[in-house]
Design a protein around this ligand. Structure first.
Ligand SMILES: [Zn+2]
Length: 702
């Protein structure tokens, strides 16, 4: 934990123009600096840095933040790591909170696993060049696959010798503890039951297949040490018996996102059928299969640059594509795609393209993976290689350019993909066709964003030649069922009776969301003014009067005026994020302080921080206000007018929404008494709205 005071010191010291300037050539433009965006490809600069505000913002790709955000994005670091990085740059000594002995121990344990894994990687790589066996079998295999020398080095490929305990022996001799070799999954440790004698066959089987198949022996993790019976082949130490998990295999180290080796995949070169072709490290404290993607470390920069991540099946697919110059590629290797893996990709991009082998039997089974991606709100495309080809074989057969063009031209959205794949069986069978449509709509129903759902419904309607309305009602049915299941599991007292009720409820809910969204625009405008100018003073009429009964003019911060105006009509922000920001202004003003945007930029709630960056870097304000950069009395007048304009606009919008609700109820022919009240209220609201609009019309913002 880094202390808050130190964090503040770093924020103070780290000038955004200096931090960004280390990576981007910046030119002065007024009070700002501009340059080519380091996060997306561009030829004319749309990336700007405001030293005054302490932020950067790209109007091309939307990336923006303060100096620490920039380091996080650019160096792919966590928040604490970015702080440490900048502390070093600015010679700020940071005091990190002390860790408990348990925390320290677990950190040391993990660190030990990293260390032995790194040692193993080096040992396996050395075998490839320094041993006869490694050269002829290991290196021979990689060369035969067509891997270039630089690629073998880049991916740190290696070879584990056939001698059953060669690696473990040398590791222990070098000083590594057997305990950690076992915990890291590199070494197998055997114990035997006290009585029966060992069978050499069982040990061989265990060592080779990594399976717990023997009654006599059982694999041990670590810990207590009952009786060990040494065997002929394994290494031995203090009565325990060890063997290498990966003996006789070519080795693919698996790196985490920061490039440290955390596990291995090993491929056997023997042809006997009992031997598993690939085996992987088991789950360890540093290797959680479901959160790891092979190749992510080598891919991440290019994934960001291309804003897309290719997903393939195996290690060699990843390596071959790199060799062909396509680097934004990772493999789920062995496991079927998990949510953890999808989230890992989402740290770098929102777009995934899955590349399938032409003859992959698992394509239909992999539809689940597509659904998982959609459910995470990401875009997914799919590419099928020609029959009998996989990314590995295809990338070797064609040139880099051809491969890139092929991927570009043949990637399909998931609807076209599913349809093309399944359409063959259903062409003239209406019932099967209906089943296919239902299946596709079920996938669409998983997408969290309504806008994307509607785009896909349109697409599906076009491809399947099916009326959009029918698809929409099917979609609503599925979503309401989900909604129903959800609300039933959350709340048993509010059952929803019939399906059509739910559909209607959902439609009303969606309309309401639309209306809220429109008021959101007005809410946002007020928050933008508060963040930009909340602490600037404006002159208003006070409550006290002078001897001529004229109100005394007083100077108050713009934020105070805004709060006064909003509280007067009990206006509450419906957007929770805006509400939190507004609330902070209210609380600070109670203590007679007004926070400025710097306070919100470095806010612990990152959503607030990002929103602030977004709202204070609005191009309108840049051109209109910042050109002058000094606030004259005239500009102060504009400020006041802008605020009133925004407040009235929000009030007017809220009135509209209320009137809309009343009109809806009126259409339902309510009882006479209710009808009268509604009409009266409506009349009042319309009158107030008219008055507001007159006020709005009078405010001219220059
Ligand atoms: Zn950009």
């Amino acid at each position: 934990m880094i202390h808050k005071e130190d964090i503040d010191k770093i924020f103070e010291a780290a000038r955004v123009e200096e931090v960004v300037g280390d990576y981007v050539t910046l030119k002065k433009r007024g009070v700002n600096l501009i340059g080519l965006c380091p996060f997306h490809d561009e030829k004319t600069p749309s990336f700007y840095v405001s030293p005054v505000k302490g932020i950067y913002k790209c109007f091309g790709c939307g990336k923006g933040g303060h100096a620490i955000n920039f380091v996080m994005e650019k160096e792919l670091m966590t928040y604490p790591d970015a702080l440490r990085h900048l502390a070093k740059k600015y010679n700020i000594h940071i005091v990190e909170e002390e860790q408990s002995p348990e925390q320290l121990q677990s950190q040391n344990d993990r660190e030990s696993l990293f260390v032995v894994s790194s040692f193993a990687q080096k040992n396996f790589s050395e075998n490839l060049y320094n041993t006869d066996e490694g050269k002829s079998i290991g290196l021979g295999y990689f060369k035969e696959r067509g891997f270039r020398e630089d690629i073998i080095q880049k991916f740190q490929l290696g070879y584990c010798l056939t001698n059953r305990s060669a690696f473990t022996d040398i590791a222990i001799k070098t000083g590594y503890k057997a305990e950690y070799l076992v915990k890291a999954g590199l070494t197998l440790e055997y114990k035997a039951h006290p009585d029966p004698p060992p069978s050499t066959n069982a040990q061989d089987k265990l060592g080779r297949e990594n399976q717990h198949t023997s009654q006599t022996y059982s694999l041990m993790g670590s810990g207590s040490s009952p009786e060990f019976i040494p065997t002929k082949e394994g290494g031995r130490l203090g009565g325990a018996s060890y063997s290498d998990r990966f003996w006789g295999r070519v080795m693919f180290p698996i790196h985490n996102a920061t490039g440290r080796v955390i596990a291995f995949g090993g491929r056997t070169l023997r042809t006997d059928k009992k031997t598993a072709k690939y085996i992987n490290s088991p789950e360890t404290d540093i290797y959680h299969k479901s959160d790891v993607l092979y190749g992510i470390f080598f891919a991440k920069k290019e994934v960001i640059a291309q804003d897309n991540c290719f997903l393939v099946e195996g290690y060699t697919d990843v390596i071959s594509m790199h060799q062909s110059g396509i680097e934004n590629v990772v493999a789920s290797s062995g496991t079927s795609l998990t949510v953890g893996q999808i989230k890992l990709i989402r740290r770098f991009t929102n777009n995934i393209t899955i590349l399938y082998d032409g003859d992959s039997a698992g394509i239909k089974a992999s539809f689940r993976g597509i659904d998982l991606i959609l459910e995470e709100g990401m875009n997914v495309k799919v590419l099928l290689f020609p029959d009998g080809e996989d990314p590995d074989s295809y990338s070797k057969r064609v040139s880099s350019e051809e491969l890139k063009t092929f991927i570009k031209n043949n990637s399909k959205d998931f609807i076209s993909f599913k349809t093309n794949l399944l359409m063959g069986d259903v062409q003239n069978d209406p019932i099967k066709k209906a089943g296919l449509i239902k299946e596709i709509v079920e996938s669409i129903a998983l997408i969290p964003e309504a806008i994307y759902r509607s785009v896909y419904v349109k697409e599906c309607s076009r491809i399947m030649d099916m009326e959009e309305q029918i698809l929409l009602s099917e979609l609503n049915k599925i979503r309401s069922k989900k909604f129903n299941e959800k609300s039933n599991s959350h709340n048993t007292t509010a059952p929803v009776n019939t399906e059509s009720d739910v559909v209607e409820a959902l439609q009303i809910e969606e309309k309401k969301q639309l209306l809220d969204a429109s008021a959101e625009h007005q809410e946002r405008d007020i928050i933008r003014l508060l963040l930009n100018y909340g602490n600037k003073n404006v002159v208003v009429d006070g409550e006290e009067t002078d001897e001529k009964k004229q109100p005394v003019q007083i100077e108050i911060p713009l934020a105070a005026l805004a709060i006064h105006e909003l509280q007067h009509d009990n206006i509450v922000f419906e957007n929770t994020l805006y509400h939190s920001i507004y609330n902070e202004f209210v609380q600070h003003l109670d203590k007679e302080k007004v926070p400025d945007y710097n306070y919100f930029i470095s806010h612990e709630n990152t959503a607030i921080s990002y929103l602030t960056v977004d709202l204070i870097s609005n191009p309108y304000f840049l051109s209109k206000w910042e050109k002058h950069s000094i606030y004259t009395t005239m500009e102060e007048d504009i400020l006041k007018k802008s605020l009133y304009h925004a407040v009235y606009a929000l009030k007017s919008r809220r009135l509209e929404m209320m009137i809309h609700d009343i009109q809806k109820r009126l259409k339902e022919n309510p009882p006479d008494e209710e009808m009268m009240t509604l009409m009266q209220t409506q009349h009042q609201l319309l009158k107030t709205k008219k008055e507001l609009n007159v006020l709005l019309g009078r405010i001219v913002v220059k």
